[in-house]
Design a protein around this ligand. Structure first.
Ligand code: MN
Length: 232
């Protein structure tokens, strides 16, 4: 078999302390998965089943601290928001995974930023249109190197935070997730066939807000390599 155009590269994420990389199949994101964040976006967290959107694997931007990565301020937006998130990386897959088997699919964890063109997302919400232009643009998914779950444990209780220019803006804990990781994986596997290489951005705690050019964002999840981006 030959390709009619050059084969696009396989998107990958670095592995902490290793030359190996994690090849990415899909990037799923959970919406409004922390109660305080759901409220700050104007929703009642008690009445909503989990919902999902996707980013494109080639939206990933290598951004492990201390060096971090440059995040070019995207086009067509004047209100780009940060959302710091725990990211779960799958080495297994399947459909209709039971909750008690869900964590068996997990290879490891990393820190990610779900960068969002909030103004375009807001217009899409109002018009009942898809969120893609707000969520799945170039460099919209900065990510730090992954750690294997064999080293980190299940990450069900870990601080999640983001500082901008040294000032803390988001500060939560994965024990505040409305839908836990096993619940999320089980639910998601009913909607899609999960595959090795899938990433799941698990949602962001409260405190999201706009970034401007020159901002330095540094964040983390307790126990994992931190993330850093400079908005350019
Ligand atoms: Mn998010």
């Amino acid at each position: 078999m030959t390709f009619v155009i050059p084969q696009p590269p396989v998107p990958t994420v670095a592995i902490a302390g290793s030359d190996q990389v994690f090849p990415v199949h899909r990037v799923y994101c959970v919406g409004r998965n922390y109660a305080e964040h759901a409220r700050e976006m104007g929703h009642d967290p008690d009445r909503e089943p989990p919902f999902f959107f996707q980013k494109s694997p080639d939206n990933l931007l290598p951004a492990g601290a201390p060096g971090g990565g440059d995040f070019p301020y995207p086009s067509k937006s004047e209100n780009v928001h940060h959302e710091i998130e725990l990211v779960c990386a799958l080495s297994g897959g399947g459909t209709d995974i039971p909750e008690d088997k869900a964590m068996d699919l997990v290879w490891g964890f990393g820190v990610g930023l779900d960068m969002t063109r909030r103004d375009l997302q807001g217009e899409a919400k109002k018009a009942g249109r898809p969120w893609d232009v707000g969520k799945a643009f170039e460099h919209a998914a900065p990510i730090a190197p992954l750690h294997p779950a064999t080293e980190t444990g299940d990450m069900s209780q870990a601080r999640v935070w983001l500082d901008i220019n040294g000032e803390t803006r988001q500060d939560g804990n994965t024990n505040q997730l409305i839908w836990s990781m096993p619940e999320t994986i089980a639910y998601l596997s009913g909607l899609f066939e999960l595959r090795p290489g899938d990433l799941i951005f698990t949602g962001t705690p409260a405190g999201v807000g706009p970034v401007v050019r020159g901002d330095v964002l540094e964040g983390g999840v307790e126990g994992l390599t931190g993330i850093k981006i400079t908005v350019t």
